[in-house]
Design a binder for this molecule. Structure first.
Ligand code: ADP
Ligand code: MG
Length: 778
C-alpha cells in the first residue's frame, strides 16, 4: 500500500491514503456520530460508501488569500463509511463475520477508536437500558450462544474476562463477581507463553452457559468501569477496556484429540483527543497523558506492524499494546471502528482519527485456526486405533488361514519355546522355524545372537585350553561345564576321557615327589591327589561342541576309522552279525566313545607299568633299609652292654645316617606309589565306565537298527557282551552257534518282509531297507 501526496490543479493539497483494501487486512470502518450539525463542507462521504474526503483549512485565523490558509483535502478509502446506521446494521456489516470466525477457532478483535464522546462505548457496549440500542458486545454474546445451541455436534465452552487499563494499571472489572480470585491489581501481569499466546495472569475467567449469564457479567463490569467526568462527555471512560470471550470447541461426535480455541477481544479504547484541546487539569491531565501515551504507542505498534521491513514491533512499550500483541495482526481477524464527530468543530480530531484508521488498514493479517491436540485424548485415540488394527490383523489372519497371532509382547513361556526352537534348529533336529509374527522374528534373531555369543566364548575358552595359557580360564570352564551338564549325557562321555594324562605321566619324577611331599603328613593328601588327578584329567577337556567339531576334523583325517558313519543305513542283504555290527559301531556311531575307551586303556596301561616300576623301587629301598638295619644291629651287639655312642665320621654313624635317608626315601617313594595306585584305580574306573557306555550305546543302536524280539536279543547279547577285557574281548568272536542263530533270524526276518508287497516294492525301489533314525548318544 502506498501513500501518495499531490497538488491538484485548483491548488488543493490532496492526500490519498489507504486506497487499497485487503481482504486479509484489518477491516477499518468509520462511524459518524449522528448530529444535527453535520458539516457537509468538510466531511464528504462519497457514494461508494467507502471513501471519505476531508476538506480542512489548515489555519482558520489566516486570511483566505494566504497560501498557508489554503484549503487542504484528504481522501480516505476504508472498508466502509457508516453514517446513520443502526446498531444492528453495524453489527451485521462489521462484526458478524469476526464473531462467527471465533466460533470456528479464529482469534478476533473488534476495536473502537476515536475522540472522546464520538460514540466508542455506544458502538461497543451500547445502551444498557435499551435493547434496541445494545452494542457489539451484547450482540456478539447473543450470536455466540445462538451458534453454540446450533452446534449440537460440538461441545463449546465460553469463558469471559473483562480487563481495564487505567493509567497503565491493570484492573479486573469482574473481580467483584462471586468466585473470582481476590487478587490485587499488582498481581496482574501481561504474560506470553508459547502455545498459549498473550494472556493476563491474575485476570479472572468466568464460565458462562447462557446469554443472560454473560450479559450479567458485562453489566457488572460496566458498573465497575472507572468513570471520569469530562467536559466533552460526562460519562466518558478514561480507560481502555477489553472484554474477552474465550471459546473452546471440541467435537462430540468424532473421537479426535484435536480441539480449537479462540479469543474474541472487544476493545473500547479511551478517548484519543489531544491534551490542549480538552483543557484538562490535575488528575484529568494525568489521565490524558497516560491515554495519549498508550495510544501513541498503539500507533507506533501499528506502524511497525504495517511496515513489513521491520522485524521488531514495540508491543511492550505499554500495557495496552502488550495485552493486544496477538490481537492486532498475525492470525487474527481484526476490525477497527473509527468513531468520529460530524461537526466542523472536531474536524482536526476527526482527521487525526482517520489517519490512525488508514494506518490500521496497512496491517496485513493471516487468520488461522487455533488447533490443539489434547495429549490424554490423543493417547486414548491411539490406543483405540491400535486395538482396531489388531482386530483387523487377526481378522485378516483368519481369512488367509494364518494361525492365531498375538501382537502383545511375548510371555516367558513363549520366549522359552523360541529358545528351544532355535536350539533344535542349530542342532539340526528342527528343519525350519516357522515365522508367525514380527515380534517372534525379533525374538528368534535375539536367540541367534545369544547363540553366537556363547559360541564365541567357547572358542575363546578352547584356545586358552589348547595353548595352556590360562589356568584360571580352565577352572572357569570346568565350572561352566558343571553348570551346563544337564544338557545332555554327551558331557558325561567326555568326562571319561583323561586327555592330559600324558602330560601328567611325563611329569619329572622329582617334581612329582616334590608335589607329594608338600602334602606329606596330611590326612587328606590322598584325597587331594585324587582330586588333583581328576581335575588334571578333566582340565583339558573341551566343551562338548568344540570337542565334537575337533573330533570331526580328526575323524576326517583318520581315513581308517571313519569309513562307515554310524547313521548310514545298512544294506539288508549284508545285515551284519552282532559282532560285525559291533565292529562297525565302533568305527561309526560309537567311534567317539570307543576312541576314548582306547585312550583311557592306554593311560591305564601306562599307569600300571609305572605302578610296577614304583613297586619295584619301593621294594628295593625296603631291602636296603633291612640291610642297613641289620648292619647297625651287628654294631650294637659288638658294643656290649655299654651305651652305644656314635661319633661323626665313624662307620657306625654313617650307617645310621644312611638308614635315616633310606627311610625318608622309602616314605617318599611310598607316597608316590600310593598316589599312582590311586590313579590306576581311577583310570580303571574310567575304563569300566567307558566300556559300559560303549556297550549300552551299541545295544541301543543295534536294537533300533535291527529290531529283534526281546527273548532272542537277550540270548545273544547277554552271552556275548558281558565279558572281556579288551576290545575284542568285549564282544568275543561270535561262536558258530551265535552266528547260526543270528543268520537264521535275519533270513527269516528278510523273508517275512519280502512277503509284504508294499515293502517289497519300496525295497526294490530304494534298494535299501528303511531304518529308524539313530538317536544321538544318550
Ligand atoms: P465515547 O465512548 O466515544 O466517549 P460514547 O459512546 O459514550 O462516547 O457516546 C457519547 C454519547 O453519544 C452517548 O450519550 C451516546 O449515547 C451518544 N452516541 C454516540 N454515538 C451514537 C450513535 N451512533 N447513535 C446514537 N447515539 C450515539
Ligand atoms: Mg466511552
Amino acid at each position: 500500500m502506498t501513500t501518495t501526496d499531490w497538488l491538484t490543479k485548483d491548488g488543493l493539497e490532496r492526500i490519498k491514503v489507504g486506497m487499497k483494501a485487503h481482504s486479509s487486512g484489518v477491516g477499518v470502518f468509520v462511524r459518524i456520530r449522528p448530529t444535527a450539525h453535520f458539516s457537509q463542507d468538510l466531511i464528504e462521504c462519497l457514494p461508494d460508501g467507502q471513501t471519505v474526503n476531508i476538506h480542512h483549512r489548515k489555519d482558520l485565523t489566516k486570511p483566505l488569500d494566504s497560501r498557508k490558509s489554503q484549503l487542504s483535502s484528504w481522501s480516505f478509502r476504508l472498508a466502509g463509511i457508516l453514517q446513520d446506521v443502526s446498531q444492528e446494521e453495524l453489527y451485521t456489516r462489521v462484526c458478524r463475520r469476526v464473531v462467527l470466525g471465533a466460533l470456528e477457532g479464529y482469534n478476533g478483535t473488534l476495536m473502537c477508536f476515536g475522540q472522546t464522546g464520538a460514540g466508542k462505548t455506544y458502538t461497543m457496549t451500547g445502551s444498557t437500558e435499551s435493547y434496541k440500542h445494545r452494542g457489539i458486545i451484547p450482540r456478539a454474546l447473543q450470536e455466540v450462544f445462538q451458534e453454540v445451541d446450533k452446534k449440537t455436534e460440538h461441545a463449546v465452552s465460553v469463558h469471559l474476562s473483562y480487563l481495564e487499563i487505567y493509567n497503565e494499571t491493570l484492573v479486573d472489572l469482574l473481580s467483584s463477581v462471586q468466585g473470582s480470585p481476590q487478587l490485587s491489581s499488582r498481581a496482574m501481569v501481561v504474560v506470553e507463553e508459547p502455545g498459549r499466546g498473550v494472556f493476563i495472569r491474575g485476570l479472572s475467567l468466568h464460565p458462562v452457559h447462557s446469554v443472560e449469564e454473560a450479559l450479567y457479567l458485562l453489566f457488572e463490569g460496566e458498573m465497575n468501569r472507572i468513570i471520569g467526568s469530562h467536559p466533552l462527555n460526562r460519562n466518558s471512560s478514561r480507560s481502555h477496556c477489553i472484554f474477552t470471550l474465550h471459546i473452546e470447541s471440541r467435537s462430540r461426535t468424532l473421537s479426535v484429540a484435536k480441539y480449537v480455541t479462540s479469543k474474541l477481544n472487544l476493545v473500547d479504547l479511551a478517548g484519543s483527543e489531544r491534551l490542549g484541546k480538552t483543557g484538562s487539569e490535575g488528575q484529568m491531565f494525568k489521565e490524558a497523558t497516560y491515554i495519549n501515551k498508550s495510544l501513541s504507542f498503539l500507533e507506533q505498534a501499528i506502524l511497525a506492524l504495517a511496515d513489513r521491513r521491520r522485524d521488531h514491533v514495540p508491543f511492550r512499550q505499554s500495557k495496552l499494546t502488550h495485552a493486544l500483541k496477538d490481537s492486532l495482526g498475525g492470525n487474527c481477524n481484526t476490525v477497527l471502528v473509527a468513531n468520529i464527530y460530524g461537526e466542523a468543530a472536531q474536524i482536526e480530531e476527526t482527521l487525526s482519527t482517520l489517519r490512525f484508521a488508514s494506518r490500521m488498514m496497512c496491517i496485513r493479517t493471516n487468520p488461522a485456526v487455533n488447533e490443539h491436540i489434547d495429549p490424554a485424548a490423543q493417547i486414548k485415540k491411539l490406543q483405540k486405533d491400535i486395538h482396531m488394527l489388531k482386530e483387523e490383523l487377526s481378522f485378516y489372519n483368519t481369512l488367509v488361514n494364518h494361525p492365531r497371532i498375538k501382537y502383545e509382547s511375548l510371555s516367558e513361556a513363549q520366549m522359552a519355546e523360541i529358545h528351544n526352537q532355535v536350539q533344535r534348529y542349530l542342532q539340526g533336529s528342527l528343519e525350519e522355524i516357522s515365522i508367525t509374527s514380527i515380534i517372534q522374528v525379533q525374538a528368534v534373531f535375539a536367540q541367534f545372537k545369544l547363540a553366537v555369543q556363547e559360541q564365541e566364548q567357547r572358542v575363546k575358552a578352547e584356545l586358552c585350553q589348547t595353548f595352556n595359557l590360562m589356568e584360571k580360564d580352565q577352572s572357569a570352564n570346568t565350572t561352566a561345564r558343571k553348570k551346563g551338564n544337564t544338557r545332555d549325557t554327551t558331557v558325561d562321555v567326555e568326562a571319561l576321557r583323561p586327555s592330559s594324562t600324558k602330560a601328567n605321566t611325563k611329569m619329572p619324577r622329582d617334581k612329582q615327589s616334590q608335589s607329594k611331599r608338600q602334602g606329606e603328613g596330611s590326612p587328606v593328601s590322598r584325597k587331594r591327589l585324587e582330586s588333583v588327578s581328576k581335575s588334571k584329567l578333566n582340565s583339558v577337556q573341551m566343551p562338548v561342541r568344540e570337542q565334537e567339531s575337533q573330533e570331526e576334523i580328526t575323524e576326517s583325517q583318520d581315513t581308517q576309522e571313519s569309513q562307515l558313519p554310524g547313521n548310514e543305513p545298512f544294506n539288508p542283504d549284508s545285515t551284519p552279525s552282532k559282532a560285525e555290527a559291533f565292529e562297525e559301531f565302533k568305527v561309526g556311531r560309537g567311534s567317539k566313545i570307543n576312541r576314548i575307551l582306547k585312550e583311557n586303556k592306554a593311560v591305564l596301561l601306562e599307569r600300571r607299568s609305572l605302578l610296577r616300576q614304583l613297586t619295584e623301587e619301593v621294594n628295593a629301598v625296603k631291602r636296603e633299609i633291612d640291610c642297613t638295619t641289620a648292619t647297625i644291629q651287628r654294631h650294637e651287639t659288638r658294643g656290649g652292654q655299654g651305651q652305644y655312642l656314635v661319633k661323626e665320621g665313624e662307620p657306625d654313624g654313617t650307617s645310621l645316617m644312611q638308614l635315616r635317608e633310606l627311610k625318608a626315601l622309602y616314605r617318599q617313594r611310598y607316597e608316590v606309589l600310593r598316589d599312582v595306585k590311586a590313579e590306576v584305580n581311577y583310570c580303571q574306573r574310567l575304563v569300566d565306565q567307558c566300556r559300559e557306555r560303549l556297550l549300552s550305546e551299541f545295544e541301543n543302536w543295534y536294537e533300533k537298527s535291527f529290531p529283534v524280539p526281546e527273548e532272542e536279543l537277550d540270548i545273544t547279547i547277554d552271552r556275548t557282551l558281558e565279558q572281556g577285557e579288551d576290545d575284542k574281548g568285549l564282544l568275543p568272536d561270535s561262536s558258530s552257534s551265535e552266528s547260526f542263530y543270528n543268520a537264521h533270524y535275519r533270513m527269516k526276518k528278510r523273508r517275512a518282509l519280502s512277503f509284504t508287497p508294499a515293502h517289497k516294492n519300496s525295497s526294490a525301489r530304494s534298494g535299501q531297507r528303511r531304518l529308524p533314525p539313530i538317536l544321538p548318544i544318550s
